[in-house]
Design a protein around this ligand. Structure first.
Ligand SMILES: CC1=C(CCC(=O)O)c2cc3nc(cc4[nH]c(cc5[nH]c(cc1n2)c(C)c5CCC(=O)O)c(CCC(=O)O)c4C)C(CCC(=O)O)=C3C
Ligand SMILES: [Fe+2]
Length: 375
């Protein structure tokens, strides 16, 4: 067991997230930041802009990160380690470069990063590492001394990430009408990505056939479904499905889409569905719009009882899991023996992203990995 308070050699933790608009005037500039150089059709952008305008131009993601910061600070204050926690985003204020500059001027030299994405994929992992490299380059150009940055391993299979989702599915099942509960299916939903991006996700040896992205989600789905069966005595059939597809229609993305899945289940006579958004750490716009609005309307139109289960958000068990991950990684860096905590069949993910994992279409420098140009 690593020392419960010793986070050395790290001197700060950085919560790294996507960012989102906080009012109607932010929506278009935010979407421009997100889509710069990513070839998303204008039609799709207009449509996604509407999703945000529907909610007053406010994404829930920033407040959720503020709540997570509070939960982490509370957990660290109670149990150690004594590690300051900062927050920076890829696409909206507080911007990553500004946060990193603040961290450096506050004197931090060894920074550990927690990204709000639990799985391997270009969007959820390497792109954040590219953002870190970009920010380091900007600070270097300002003449600042660069800190050393490491990124926490993917935490999809950490019990503190899974337990709140298991509870959430149990609550959603309990919330279904009595006469349909036992026959309910579970649709584990995650962000669709292009099949080429899925195939090349994770380590090179995991590439092909959906890559680490699909394998990790299937592992999570199975752990949750098994726990639900154990605790209810009912074997609810389940499937991994996808949502929030963007990009051009002729490019293949992971399928089936959640709404098509609801139609198909309904046609097959399934009496109810619980949608478990395992791909999202908190209730992002994808959850509020694509599930709580679009999929909900679809289910209502079909007359199919549906419940959407909770995301992890600022659950204290997740905060404790982050503490565990920080202490584990710190011990690894101190060359101490550690047994990483993980459920499921895949085991704990790598600590250092190896060369060639989750590649981008146009290779760019990425920090906090084996191929980082920075120390
Ligand atoms: C795998 C994945 C995650 C999970 C991992 C992680 O969390 O990082 C994620 C998270 C998020 N994605 C988000 C928002 C958007 N994603 C877009 C576009 C895209 N996402 C992609 C994938 C992912 N995205 C992809 C392959 C694209 C196509 C363009 C490209 O190849 O980059 C677009 C452009 C419009 C559109 O096409 O939808 C928007 C606005 C928000 C904020 C939501 C909020 O405000 O609450 C969050 C947390
Ligand atoms: Fe996205």
């Amino acid at each position: 067991m690593p020392d419960a308070r010793d986070a050395s050699p790290y001197d700060a933790l950085l919560l790294l997230s996507f960012g989102g608009p906080e009012g109607p005037d932010d929506v278009i500039p935010f979407l421009e930041n997100v889509t710069r150089g990513r070839g998303i059709p204008t039609e799709r952008l207009k449509e996604v802009g509407e999703h945000y305008f529907r909610f007053g131009g406010v994404s829930p993601i920033n407040d959720q990160n503020r709540a997570l910061l509070d939960a982490l600070r509370k957990d660290f204050a109670e149990h150690g380690p004594d590690l300051p926690i900062y927050w920076g985003n890829r696409n909206w204020a507080p911007y990553l470069t500004d946060t990193l500059r603040e961290m450096v001027t506050d004197g931090h030299r060894r920074i550990l990063v927690l990204a709000t994405s639990a799985y391997a994929s270009y969007s959820g992992c390497r792109q954040y590492r590219e953002n870190l490299a970009d920010s380091l380059a900007a600070l270097e150009a300002e003449g600042l001394e660069l800190p050393r940055i490491d990124k926490l391993r993917h935490y999809f299979n950490h019990p503190g990430f899974l337990e709140p989702m298991i509870d959430g599915v149990l609550r959603s099942l309990a919330d279904l009408p009595d006469d349909v509960r036992a026959g309910a299916h579970i649709a584990f939903s995650t962000h669709s990505i292009p099949t080429t991006a899925a195939d090349s996700s994770g380590r090179v040896e995991d590439h092909g056939d959906g890559g680490a992205y699909v394998a990790e989600h299937l592992d999570v789905a199975k752990v949750i479904a098994d726990a639900v069966r154990e605790r209810t005595g009912v074997d609810h059939p389940w499937q991994l499905v996808y949502q929030s597809r963007s990009g051009a229609p002729h490019i293949p993305w992971l399928e089936p889409d959640i709404c098509d899945h609801l139609e198909e289940r309904h046609a097959a006579g399934v009496p109810a569905v619980v949608i478990a958004p395992i791909g999202f750490v908190s209730n992002h716009m994808e959850v509020l719009y694509d599930l709580d609005t679009e999929a909900k309307d679809k289910a209502a139109e079909l007359g199919l009882p549906m419940r959407r289960s909770a995301t992890v958000g600022d659950d204290p068990r997740f905060a404790a899991a982050v503490r565990d991950l920080v202490l584990e990684r710190a011990a690894v860096e101190r060359a101490e023996e550690v047994t990483p905590c993980a459920l499921g069949a895949l085991g704990a993910s790598h600590n250092l992203c190896p060369v060639g994992c989750c590649p981008s279409r146009a290779p760019r420098p990425a920090a906090a990995g084996a191929d980082s140009p920075y120390a």
